[in-house]
Design a protein around this ligand. Structure first.
Ligand SMILES: Nc1ncnc2c1ncn2[C@@H]1O[C@H](COP(=O)(O)OP(=O)(O)OP(=O)(O)O)[C@@H](O)[C@H]1O
Length: 685
């Protein structure tokens, strides 16, 4: 067959399938209209008749159920409508012609962002990229191939593979794919200008990425990958894949992403809806900790307070103490402290209540033996419940609320304190650390180094609030979580996890290899995957970044661009001039750019100066929830995980202990152009 013939096949198929999609859309719209009317009728019927409905409420109940069913059916239809509308624009992007073993003629399988059949239950005309057969498209070139179907392995041969680009229902191109073309298409996708949202990559998922996306065996999958290797993209596609395959069990509300901040959360929020799935919950661990500690202190520092401080006032002692407090050794210290805490925390006093007594010895026996597995601060409650049970059995009646209150306070008063903050201070004192300031609740602000140790202590003393609803946890930027944080996470979440990150992009002054300690915490359920190919940056930028980080062995895509512009200016004015003259947005220019500094103050100053020069820039700080098209001014730690067409990295003071990581993280944010600027004589040489 000639190329033209094949092209016309795809084009003909596009015509046919477009008509069919339109037909289905018409039907769905009609169904939706009828459904809406049905709901209105039900409401009307209800309001007209509810006074006469039977006294037991059966009819009312039936009515409500019917209404609920109809509403659910409508929601389902609405989702379908959205999917097909999207598919009408671009129904498919790939095709595999597969000759099943024992047969002669190839069967074409068209692949798109969702399944499409003429009618529900009929053989699909287009297959969802997550369907078993679509695996062929990502995993094989021409030749023998197989895929895993529910019935087992299906083997055969791929006679050809096609790549399509369709926009607004029109065929832009159709290529029979081979390695060279695939690479060209990938480069073209990557060469397109950056967006303010991370894009889906279904058209060009690479084989090694696909293996991760389609992995269902491993309970905990840990992905170490260099900057721009597609980790975040893959994690989100994996979630989409799991939602599709495990739809009975896993709903989008069962998935939680632990993300570094709101800008990042917004940045990744489009992929799942683009793929026809609902968006998922995300939260920063710091916010979670802060909420959990609300009853312990009025305020807690977050990671960014800590970072700003170590950059402004670098102190080796503080760095060391911080590291120690997040370490395995410190978990050990807390455990050691807990082992001796019982004696110190309780002052046993005989209980007597309306003629019933519990002696000190009895209390001790209960406390140390009967309820020894209950967390310490919840244990007296267990003893009290036991006491109340015995009392009620004896009297043959329930105890009054007032009496229960009275007993609560009697039992509680045996604790010397129940304040976690105070108990934590005892521990700091025991081990020779400075204590937290002894102030009333309203004035308490827990420093970042103590936030997670206090949270750990709290869970050990009160029990944890297990997050049962979450069945899959995604942890992005895994290198930024400490041993202590992982121990807490392991306690809170017993579910499947996708953990991803890059040790080179650490926000600590020293790299930590979380891959080393994760197995200690999560046991043998862990599987580790390493990604070595970088997709984001041009060759020139990736090489520059590799040279500053000293990382070797990263495979780079041969997508070329401008050389990196590294310059030192005598004055800030000259540097600003250079930024202004290189910024390139607008009709023929780029979509996104960033001026990235080390500290918040530096970012804010530059933002103001750029504004003064009439540059339309936006300032992104830790409270921001999105970044926009055009120029953004921000810090390296907030730019983490994001990408921009143009990046202006502004080197900070050379004493800044995070200078190297900052430069690496900033440089690897650039898609097309990178400028590394500094000013003055006191800057980094
Ligand atoms: N297979 C692919 N096809 C097309 N684009 C891809 C592919 N894999 C990755 N990319 C693109 O590469 C860029 C980097 O991806 P992503 O942000 O997921 O990487 P990352 O490993 O999380 O990066 P970092 O750690 O540096 O933040 C994105 O623009 C993404 O769309």
């Amino acid at each position: 067959m000639t190329m033209d013939n094949r092209y016309s096949d795809g084009a003909q198929f596009l015509k046919d399938v477009t008509v069919k999609i339109e037909n289905r859309l018409d039907e769905i719209r009609q169904d939706l209209d009828e459904g809406k009317k049905e709901i209105e009728n039900m409401h009307e019927y209800y309001w007209e008749n509810y006074t006469e409905m039977d006294q037991y409420g059966y009819e009312e109940y039936d009515n409500r159920q019917a209404l609920l069913q109809q509403t659910n059916a409508n929601t389902e239809k609405l989702k379908q409508k959205h999917r097909f509308e999207k598919m009408k624009d671009s129904p498919f992007f790939g095709r595999v012609d597969f000759i099943f073993e024992g047969e002669y003629d190839p069967e074409p399988f068209y692949i798109g962002i969702g399944n499409f059949a003429e009618r529900t239950g009929m053989t699909p005309l287009i297959y969802d990229w997550r369907a078993p057969v679509s695996g062929l498209f990502y995993d094989y070139d021409k030749g023998p191939a197989s895929y895993e179907a529910p019935a087992g392995t299906i083997a055969g041969e791929i006679s050809s593979k096609w790549q399509y680009k369709i926009r607004d229902g029109k065929m832009i191109y159709a290529f029979e794919s081979d390695t060279k073309i695939d690479d060209e298409i990938l480069k073209q996708e990557l060469g397109n200008n950056g967006d303010v949202k991370l894009k889906n990559i279904v058209r060009t998922i690479q084989k090694e990425q696909n293996a991760i996306i389609r992995n269902t065996e491993d309970k905990i999958l840990v992905i170490q990958g260099g900057a721009g290797s597609g980790k975040t993209s893959i994690a989100l596609h994996r979630i989409a894949y799991l939602l599709y395959h495990d739809w009975k069990n896993l709903k989008s509300s069962n998935v939680l992403i632990l993300s570094p901040n709101s800008v990042f959360a917004d940045y990744i929020s489009h992929i799942l809806p683009e793929l026809g799935e609902e968006n998922i919950q995300e939260m920063s661990f710091d916010l979670f900790a802060y909420r959990e500690l609300k009853d312990t202190a009025a305020d807690c520092e977050d990671k960014y307070d800590h970072l700003e401080r170590i950059m402004k006032f670098p102190s080796d002692r503080e760095k060391e103490r911080f590291r120690m407090k997040q370490s395995e050794d410190f978990v050990g210290l807390i455990e050691g402290f807990l082992a001796t805490l019982e004696d110190r925390l309780i002052d046993f006093k005989e209980i007597s209540f309306r003629g019933m007594k519990m002696s000190e010895e009895e209390l001790i026996r209960m406390f140390y033996f009967k309820f020894q597995d209950t967390p310490l601060l919840a244990r007296m409650n267990a003893v009290k419940d036991y006491f109340i049970d015995a009392y009620e059995t004896l009297k043959g009646s329930d105890i009054s609320d007032d009496d229960r209150e009275l007993l609560n306070s009697k039992f509680d008063s045996m604790y010397v304190t129940k304040d976690i903050y105070t108990i934590y201070n005892w521990m700091l004192e025991d081990y020779g650390y400075d204590q937290l300031s002894d102030v009333p609740y309203e004035r308490r602000k827990i420093q970042y180094e103590d936030v997670y140790p206090v949270l750990y202590l709290k869970y050990r003393l009160l029990g944890k609030s297990s997050q049962k609803n979450i069945k899959h946890l995604v942890i992005d930027e895994m290198q930024d979580y400490s041993y202590m944080q992982y121990v807490i996470l392991e306690n809170l979440f017993q579910c499947r996890m996708t953990i991803l990150g890059d040790y080179a992009q650490t926000l600590d002054t020293k790299q930590q290899d979380v891959l080393k300690f994760l197995p200690k915490i999560f046991g043998k359920d862990i599987r580790k995957v390493i990604l070595n190919k970088s997709y984001r940056n041009t060759y020139e930028i990736a090489q520059y970044a590799a040279q500053i980080s000293g990382i070797t062995g990263l495979e780079l895509l041969e997508r070329h661009g401008r050389p990196v512009d590294v310059r030192k200016f005598d004055t800030e004015d000259e540097m600003l001039d250079a930024i202004v003259s290189n910024v390139n947005f607008g009709k023929d220019g780029y979509e996104t750019g960033a001026v990235i500094t080390m500290t918040e103050d530096e970012a804010y100053d530059l933002y103001r100066l750029l504004k003064k020069r009439g540059v339309d820039a936006a300032y992104v700080d830790r409270d921001s929830s999105a970044f926009k098209r055009g120029l953004t001014v921000t810090t390296f730690y907030l730019a983490k995980g994001l990408e921009f067409d143009q990046v202006f990295t502004i080197r900070g003071a050379k004493e800044n202990p995070l200078a190297d990581q900052a430069e690496y993280i900033s440089a690897t944010r650039a898609l097309q152009e990178l400028y590394v600027y500094e000013t003055g004589s006191d800057s980094k040489a």
